[in-house]
Design a protein around this ligand. Structure first.
Ligand code: NAP
Length: 244
């Protein structure tokens, strides 16, 4: 099994990498700064390569995909994603475009590059990690992150249909809160207040299961999914009271 993980240098992507490495997969771990893996056991594990690129750089993504994919490419997992809140956007407007380039443009670049290799093989699986925030209906105080993940889910649906005739499956993972270092960093070191927070290894197990089932879309945890559904049913006046 040969798997490229874009966003494989930390959090959910690194957790998935550890799982697949333990099951004998050959891996390409990708991120902008692969020195983040220095000292991690996977960095020196046999069968693990690293590629440093920005997912928004189409040529770089395609180059890495062709290089690693030359010996076959069974799966591409995209976990690369960024978050910025309204205060962050106001302070640093450039973060908005960077988020869009990563969460939306980068996703498309990764799908195109993966499809270019996989169509030659006539098979393959692409997995994209969106967010349950992307299932929230748009509302005036909605975040750019939500909007980008809403777009990501829609892009996945479109690509799934387009790639199916080529023998390429696409699985969209739509998680709620996962207790990664990045989520803790965004919450002053403690994400414990987030509703229905999942431990990282629990989330990894659910994602691996969805990948093995070749699920079209996997949303978890169900409790947060139901809260989002209820929120979406609320009259717009009430929905607009929600912050973030
Ligand atoms: N944690 C949660 O609660 C949660 C919930 C729902 C959805 N998600 C989604 O799950 C994904 C992973 O989240 P996480 O918590 O594991 O975050 P994380 O630890 O920050 O991991 C993000 C990974 O993506 C890479 N990355 C970011 N921007 C990139 C870019 N422009 N080009 C290439 N690589 C890039 C990062 O490496 P570099 O910084 O070195 O590039 C890192 O390896 C994200 O898409 C996130 O939106 C997370």
């Amino acid at each position: 099994m040969r798997i490229m993980i874009i966003g494989g240098t930390s959090g959910i992507g690194l957790g998935l990498a550890a799982h697949y490495a333990a099951h004998g997969a050959e891996l390409a771990l990708c991120g902008r700064d692969v020195t983040r893996l220095d000292g991690h056991p996977l960095a020196s594990a046999p069968g693990v390569r690293t590629y440093a690129f920005d997912i928004a750089d189409r040529a770089a993504v395609a180059g890495a995909m062709q290089d690693f994919g030359a010996a076959g490419l069974d799966m591409v997992i995209v976990t690369a994603g960024q978050y910025v809140d309204a205060a962050g956007l106001a302070a640093q407007p450039a973060l908005g475009l960077r988020l869009a380039h990563t969460n939306i443009g980068g996703l498309v670049a990764a799908f195109d590059a993966a499809a270019a290799v996989m169509r030659e093989q006539g098979r393959g699986q692409i997995v994209a990690v969106a967010s349950i925030a992307g299932l929230l209906k748009a509302y005036p105080d909605g975040s750019l992150y939500s909007a980008s993940k809403r777009a990501a889910i829609g892009i996945c649906d479109t690509y799934r249909k387009a790639l199916a005739p080529l023998g390429i499956a696409l699985t969209t993972i739509v998680p709620g809160y996962v207790d990664t270092a990045r989520l803790r960093e965004l919450n002053d070191g403690d994400a414990g207040g987030k509703p229905f927070l999942l431990a990282e290894d629990d989330a990894i197990r659910r994602i691996v299961d969805a990948i093995e089932r070749r699920a079209v879309r996997c949303v978890f945890p169900w409790q947060l999914h139901w809260l989002v559904r209820l929120f979406n049913l609320m009259p717009s006046g009430l929905r607009n009271l929600r912050r973030k």
